[in-house]
Design a protein around this ligand. Structure first.
Ligand code: CAA
Length: 261
């Protein structure tokens, strides 16, 4: 078991629960948090008993209030460029996780916090959740995907308005706009997210990865290429034992027993 300074990680059956745990800084995302998230999600990815993950924020106030402003405030521009700051969020985190995971947003998801939530396969939000890209108020702009993922999630009008004014969006508006899958009372958030994750974890793990991969392709490519990717992945799944089992179980009116083969 790895221990973390900025995360709490627990296994609930086949579901890995990861909590951002810097409540004194509203779970702001500094470089230590990033490295620990990379490690924790790599362990989730490598553990065949773990099938789905939930990421949430410790404390009732914030999922994450952004990239750590105190860490960035005095950093020279040349260092941002030399380190290609924020690139590891894509290359070593978002793109490195093939298994499904859910962001359970329990409060502020601002700047990098909103961007991190949008890296998840989907978001379940508490009724207290608030989303925003307030970077403009700091004289900067999003750097971890906000301008791209928010625009894809809610469309140009709202993405532009939010980036240009820095205003926050509440949970109801976020649901109506397609940013979040579902809103639940804060008191039920963790239970609901874990229950949904357990449902996903009970599916064939190959089918779960395949479904994730093809929906992701919809945001990366043209319709024609996406349809081809969908058919090819569909065809790959027909070669699995789980597909034979799933169809047989349906016909025999019994629950399927998945092998991940
Ligand atoms: N970085 C570092 N520390 C942060 C932080 C952040 N993003 N957000 C909050 N904190 C710290 C505060 O500095 C404060 O610490 P101290 O007690 O040591 O002063 C502590 O968390 C509690 O915060 P507040 O006292 O400000 O709490 P509040 O209830 O008055 O306000 C808030 C809450 C509206 C979320 C406010 O904290 C806020 O506006 N935070 C910054 C939000 C922001 O601008 N995020 C974007 C960051 S830039 C970015 O993310 C770039 C990118 O795209 C990658």
């Amino acid at each position: 078991e790895t221990s973390y300074e900025n995360l709490l990680v627990e296994q609930h059956g086949a579901v890995t629960l990861v909590r951002l745990n810097r409540p004194q800084a509203l779970n702001a995302l500094n470089s230590a948090v990033l490295e620990e998230l990379i490690t924790a999600f790599a362990a989730f990815e490598a553990d065949p008993t773990q099938r789905c993950a939930v990421l949430t924020g410790a404390g009732e106030k914030a999922f994450a209030a952004g990239a750590d402003i105190k860490e960035m405030a005095q950093k020279p521009a040349a260092d941002f460029y030399a380190e290609d700051t924020f690139s590891r969020w894509t290359s070593h985190f978002a793109k490195a996780v093939r298994k499904p995971w859910i962001a359970a947003v329990n409060g502020f998801a601002l700047g990098g916090g909103c961007e991190l939530a949008m890296m998840a396969d989907f978001i379940i939000a508490s009724d207290t959740a608030r989303f925003g890209q307030p970077e403009i108020k700091l004289g900067i702009a999003p750097g971890m995907g906000g301008s791209q993922r928010l625009a894809r999630a809610v469309g140009k009008a709202k993405a532009m308005e939010m980036c240009l004014t820095g205003r926050m969006m509440g949970a109801q508006e976020a649901e109506q706009s397609g940013l979040v899958a579902r809103v639940v009372p804060l008191a039920n958030l963790l239970d609901e997210a874990l229950k949904t994750a357990a449902e996903i974890a009970a599916m064939s793990p190959l089918a779960a990865i395949a479904n994730k991969e093809m929906v992701q392709a919809a945001f990366e490519t043209t319709l024609d290429q996406g349809l081809l990717i969908e058919r090819r992945i569909f065809q790959v799944l027909t070669a699995t034992q789980d597909r034979l089992e799933g169809m047989a179980a349906f016909i025999e009116k019994r629950p399927a027993v998945w092998q991940g083969k």
